[in-house]
Design a protein around this ligand. Structure first.
Ligand code: NAD
Length: 278
């Protein structure tokens, strides 16, 4: 645990819950680690500390493989299962899930922690003119791929399972600069509900976490991101920003047997910011 200074106090920064066995005997796919600041990294850290077994992906290319391998190494995972994936390619998705099936047979959970939009269009004042290809690519990578992965994971979850994606408050309120990504996140949250409705009959739960702003590589592409962090720290009920491990701990609840009654939800891990009117 480390300490952090908020607007008015110094307090202990929430880290992962103490190690345990909440995920013992569970294995799943974690998509979205770019480095050790990614939300997916914090989620994987919490899973691994609870005895869960993670399979990982990296964007195609040696440089990406090296970067993701280094991040996984810092989780203490020895000899990790790691496969390339460009989620915009059906061939890549097919190959990934075929490899998962061939190597491990079945999985218990799926973490979708990816998003993409051309950062030139994630600037205040640049929503209305968003070109068609920028819109469709944002929707494709950030929303459609949750469905595409769920569809391929389904046959690998004969005993049920739990799926999780990452969203943001800009899905439901206009956050200047978040722009087309907000539209894609709205689609992601709706996709969560429809997947939950359809897959519930097979014992598969589907949820999304709406996480507060965290300084990651993708977040830095959003215009005015520093201002968003400052605003949340001032206005959120907890008067601070969240930590990556706070999202990881909530992921643990949703992916483990602690969450067996929860599906179709968007759960806020945002220091309470979303309840504020002003
Ligand atoms: N950081 C925040 O403030 C914040 C807040 C709420 C939600 N989120 C969401 O959390 C998720 C993870 O983002 P992050 O903030 O950890 O940033 P990140 O940059 O660490 O992770 C984004 C990941 O998306 C992957 N990705 C992008 N395009 C891809 C593609 N075509 N195929 C496969 N992978 C692809 C990247 O490789 C990267 O691993 C995203 O859905 C993001 O929108 C982030």
């Amino acid at each position: 645990m480390t300490t952090m200074t908020t607007a008015s106090t110094t307090q202990t920064e929430p880290g992962p819950v103490p190690a345990g066995a909440l995920m013992a005997g569970k294995r799943g796919l974690v998509v979205g680690i770019a480095n050790d600041r990614s939300y997916a990294w914090y989620i994987a850290d919490c899973i691994v500390r609870q005895g869960g077994d993670c399979l990982f992906t990296h964007l195609p290319g040696e440089k990406m493989e090296r970067r993701v391998s280094k991040a996984i190494e810092s989780l203490g995972v020895k000899d990790p299962w790691l496969h390339p994936l460009d989620a915009g390619s059906d061939d890549d998705l097919d190959a990934l899930f075929e490899k998962v099936k061939a190597d491990v047979g079945t999985i218990d959970f799926l973490v979708h922690s990816i998003a993409f939009a051309d950062k030139d269009w994630l600037q205040e004042g640049r929503f209305t003119a968003t070109p068609r290809h920028v819109f469709t690519q944002a929707m494709d990578i950030s929303a459609y791929t949750y469905m595409a992965m769920a569809n391929r994971a389904l046959p690998l979850m004969p005993n049920g399972g739990s799926m999780l994606a990452m969203s943001y408050y800009g899905a439901e309120k206009a956050v200047p600069g978040y722009n087309v990504m907000g539209v894609a996140k709205a689609a992601l949250e709706a996709t969560t509900r429809y997947l939950a409705q359809e897959l519930g009959a097979k014992g598969i739960r589907v949820n999304t976490i709406s996480g507060g702003p965290l300084r990651t590589m993708s977040a830095m592409a959003v215009g005015g991101f520093g201002e968003i962090l400052g605003w949340v720290e001032k206005k959120a009920p907890l008067r601070r920003n969240i930590t990556g491990h706070e999202v990881g701990n909530t992921a643990l609840w949703l992916l483990s047997d602690l969450g067996t009654g929860v599906t179709g939800q968007t759960i806020y891990v945002d220091a309470g910011y979303s309840v504020m009117g002003l």
